[in-house]
Design a protein around this ligand. Sequence first.
Ligand code: AHR
Length: 494
Amino acid sequence: MNKTKLLLDKDYKIASLGKRLYSTFVEHLGRCIYEGIYEPGHPTADKNGFREDVRALVRELGFGALRYPGGNFVSGYNWLDGIGPRAERPKRLDYAWCSIEPNEIGMDEFCDYAKSVGSEVMYAVNMGTGSPQDAGYMVEYANFPGGTYYSDLRIKNGHKDPHNIKLWCVGNEMDGPWQICHLDAHDYGKKALETAKIMKWADPSIELCVCGSATSTLPTYPEWDRLVLEYVYDKVDYISLHRYYENHGDEIDFLASFHEMDGFIKTIAATADYVKALKRSKKTMMLSFDEWNIWYQAKTQLKQWEFAPHILEDNYSLLDAISFGALLCTLINNSDRVRIACLAQMVNVIAPIFTEKGGKAVRQTTFFPFAMAANNCLGTVLKTMGKTPVLESKSYGEVTAIPNAVVLNEEKKEINLICANISGERQCLELDMRSFGRAVLAEHQVMSGDLSAVNTLNDPDRVKPKFMDCSGAAVEKPELILEPKSFNLFKFKL
Ligand code: AHR
């Protein structure tokens, strides 16, 4: 068995990490909203039609922000369709996903939902068919106290208090040729700048996120990011990154996806820093990784003009969960720049939760690494030092066999380590924590076993973490055993 030594020191800090890194995404797509969070007539539906069984699982994941309403959907969405009396809301063709959109849920219902699960809203405005003026009206409707047309309309629609949405996305993936009314970098940069000005005039306290590369595989990456930032650097607070990974058949490559994500983040941070230097700016641009996940895109097939179609409903295996967990470690270790990250998406659509119409709500395998991190890894991210074993991957060369992240929670006096072992061998990890004195291992959760296992409606608990016995004494250098191809959480009490 390989033995790896990792040193932690309380003075080697990466960043302080809050809930926004554990955000998610709710799009009007497939069954994310309809039959996902919202299903009037479901046995657990509340008086507004929201499923309590799903809400309970959403709460278990403790999301920081819920990005809404899209996604590709938003680039053809008229937000006015989703406010006011439900009976008067129009049914529309959604060109992004070839679906029928009934508009039963809109900004007001969604903001109420987010509040009920303890999350903030990250609202995306339409930069496809929409205008800078529409974006200003949305901010006015959501955040202005009253006495103007749109703020009074919100009050008339039953919301006396403003929604106070702080986070706003200036469009979605406008570099993608698939986007409704896709723009080139110059046209988007100019439109985003004018939109940002209006939105911040309407409410100077909001934070804006501009569209960066929709994926690192587009030919315009990272030139798009440079050009767009040159237009908007002074006016926005974040640039977005989106990236999905899938298993193309080479297991090591798939498990090493975190390596690509790390390079993507570092490239966008460097691009933003170049623009900072060019502008002689004192501001450092932060990153919003507001769509990330495993997504079997090659298998995605759209349906024609259905309401709430079963699309993008990937069923995740244990192998997927391990690769996913390693991606989470990468986000945490880059949290000095990545201040927001949204797991895309929340329910049914490439999601940690899936539902049966009129029936159950189930935790997918990816639910668990997310819950381990979101519920435990909050506080100060620590740098780990040491030489971990490496694996040779086809696409990325040498990668660590033990992607990991460590977070100190000073208030709770605990250290939480999440790590994957992506090798096929057992590994021993010796954690040198002497700068903290002695620590007791209080919890060890592990996910390992049949890598192809999935959770289904008939077998919803097939894959879940095992809680290991942790009855040891306090030590300075705990030795941790990592099962082959596993994902782990270790909690130490200081
Ligand atoms: O999350 C699914 C889709 O992926 C989103 O609508 C879009 O932004 C991205 O391409």
